[in-house]
Design a protein around this ligand. Structure first.
Ligand code: ADP
Length: 316
């Protein structure tokens, strides 16, 4: 069946935050694509102008480390976003126990992530929902950030009712304290969590809760639980480390908790890796390293060099 006279629908790839994702063939180019069907819900009249303008901006966001938005059109009351098709994602790589990630492989994945971020931040676009399953991997091993800007256009979905609660592990402390005005630093924090996850091969700041029941009962406290996890790792921020913390909407006074040395948390990482990690995990978003500065960090110029994308290990 053809959609919009151009795309031949194939199988369903999965159900995402905003709706179903299909595999399809673009008859115009012969290219395999992924079509994200976004339910418009209450806005029956269609997408509002702001959303359309934002989508137009996303179409112009072209970079080797950003997934390309090929086309966008309404069809039968749903908005369809057409993206280049990607083979797998970073979450599948991290979870695959048969894959060994060398320090060069980790450097390569982090470098591609930061390149995509730096490009978008330069254009004043934030991702806001960085997590390993949003980092898609193409047939030649190239990593591309997906779902850029969608959180802003379509709003953050109600996380209580989806598996998306996991994304809380990647949330920056300023967001957990309810910051309404935040910037690209939130994506850098999430990238740090992903860097840590590549080193550990499991989510780093994972709150160990039974999410099936716990979040329904204590949704209001889960941000606090996440902050507790961050404090337990890095120690509570001293006022001198983050002077503006007290102005954040959900700021509450907290008891002093000591942190753990990064070296102890990541025994296998190099000194350069730990130095970059600590700069990305800086509490004060104003003092946190930017994606562009991170790319210029010594970690990327000192050995071992990042692996060529085509040579990166991937699931079968
Ligand atoms: P989520 O909102 O949970 O991040 P998505 O809506 O991005 O999920 O995607 C849902 C499913 O569709 C996922 O399983 C993902 O693997 C697949 N998918 C999304 N985008 C692409 C793409 N460009 N190429 C191939 N598969 C994709």
């Amino acid at each position: 069946k053809k959609v919009a006279d151009r795309y031949l629908k194939r199988e369903v790839l999965g159900e995402g935050t905003y709706g179903v994702v299909y595999k399809a063939i673009d008859t115009k180019t012969g290219q395999t694509v992924a079509i994200k069907k976004i339910r418009l819900g209450k806005q029956k009249e269609g997408v509002n102008f702001t959303a359309l303008r934002e989508i137009k901006l996303l179409k112009e966001l072209k970079d080797p480390n950003i997934i390309e938005l090929i086309d966008a059109f309404p069809h039968k009351g749903n908005l369809h976003l057409v993206f280049e098709f990607m083979e797998t994602d970073l979450e599948a790589v991290i979870r695959d126990r048969n894959i060994v990630l060398s320090l060069s492989d980790i450097k390569s994945y982090l470098q591609m992530t930061l390149k995509g971020l730096a490009f978008c931040h330069k254009k004043w676009v934030l991702h806001r929902d960085m997590k390993p399953n949003n980092l898609l991997i193409g047939s030649r091993g190239q990593l591309k950030l997906a779902d850029f800007g969608l959180a802003r256009i379509f709003g953050s979905p109600d996380r209580r009712f989806t598996h998306q609660v996991f994304a809380r592990w990647y949330r920056a402390p300023e967001l957990l304290f309810g910051a309404k005005a935040y910037g690209p630093a939130v994506d850098v924090w999430a990238a740090a969590c992903i860097f840590a996850e590549l080193l550990l091969r499991r989510p780093f700041l994972q709150v160990n809760l039974d999410y099936r029941g716990y979040y329904f009962l204590r949704q209001g406290n889960s941000d606090i639980d996440q902050l507790g996890k961050i404090f337990a790792a890095f120690g509570t921020p001293k006022p001198s480390q983050w002077p503006d913390i007290k102005y954040l909407p959900d700021y509450v006074e907290y008891q002093y908790v000591p942190g753990q040395p990064l070296r102890q948390l990541f025994p296998m990482a190099s000194d350069d890796a730990l130095d970059l990690l600590s700069k990305m995990f800086t509490y004060d978003p104003k003092a946190r390293i930017s994606a562009l500065q991170a790319l210029e960090h010594r970690y990327f110029s000192s050995g071992p060099p990042p692996t060529e994308p085509a040579l990166l290990p991937r699931p079968p």
